[in-house]
Design a protein around this ligand. Structure first.
Ligand SMILES: Nc1ncnc2c1ncn2[C@@H]1O[C@H](COP(=O)(O)OP(=O)(O)OP(=O)(O)O)[C@@H](O)[C@H]1O
Ligand SMILES: O=C(O)C1=C[C@@H](O)[C@@H](O)[C@H](O)C1
Ligand SMILES: [Mg+2]
Length: 200
């Protein structure tokens, strides 16, 4: 058993939104590893970071990702930093992995960081502990720059999501996954592709 698709990308790229809608388009279940970590720990991610630190969170996340990849035959959406683990990157080989790419500009809007800097309290203030602090926009840009090579390393499909509606993104991914699966080779992770233009 293997997931039909694994979603990776930076905060705000749409892993949860697109993942949920893709699962429903394919008629399968969805596992969001951030929610799974919180369910297992019985506390929010921000509390795990605050009480035990990022390294402890990454260890829990690594276990949750491994088990989710083993158990799921649907869509698995990974936390934004899951690809920092070399062990996780190795486990992703051979899977159909979709990198939801986004420019820093669009990401700052979608995460609410841009609004917060203009004085609007964002509902996501508490759910992204790494993007708190003095310079969340700078931290976000840095995080995308550092991680892009890792997302690209694990991806079999790169989807640029700036100025593309979730519905359109989902239809394109679902179409590609279904056609890849019915390919003679039948290896979902075998095909590499790109959808959309890059805007960064
Ligand atoms: N293609 C899109 N076009 C416009 N808005 C989008 C698109 N995809 C997602 N969004 C919106 O951007 C916001 C962030 O999306 P989402 O929470 O799915 O990101 P995420 O990758 O799961 O982030 P995190 O890593 O923090 O969990 C949501 O408000 C969502 O509705
Ligand atoms: O980008 C990150 O490192 C993170 C993203 C979120 O999905 C959570 O997994 C957590 O807040 C860490
Ligand atoms: Mg999410």
């Amino acid at each position: 058993m293997a997931p039909r698709a694994v979603m990776v990308g930076p905060p705000g790229a749409g892993k949860s939104t697109i993942g949920r809608r893709l699962a429903s388009a394919l008629g399968v279940g969805i596992v969001d590893t951030d929610s799974e970590v919180e369910r297992r720990e019985g506390r929010p991610i921000r509390e795990i970071f605050a009480a035990d630190g990022e390294a402890a969170f990454r260890r829990i996340e690594e276990d949750v990702v491994r088990e989710s990849l083993q158990r799921s035959d649907g869509v698995v959406s990974l936390g934004g930093g899951a690809v920092l683990s070399a062990r996780t990157r190795a486990l992703l080989r051979g899977h159909a992995v979709v990198f939801l790419d986004i420019s820093a500009h669009e990401g700052l809007l979608r995460t609410g960081i841009a609004g917060r800097l203009r004085g609007h309290p964002g509902k996501d203030d508490e759910t992204r502990p790494l993007l708190q602090g003095d310079d969340p926009a700078g931290r976000y840009r840095e995080l995308i720059r550092e991680r892009r090579p890792l997302y690209e390393e694990v991806a079999t499909l790169v989807v640029h999501t700036d100025r593309r509606s979730p519905g359109k993104v989902v239809r394109e991914i679902a179409g590609l996954i279904e056609s890849t699966e019915t390919d003679a080779a039948g290896h979902a992770g075998g095909q590499h592709g790109t959808i959309g233009e890059q805007h960064h």
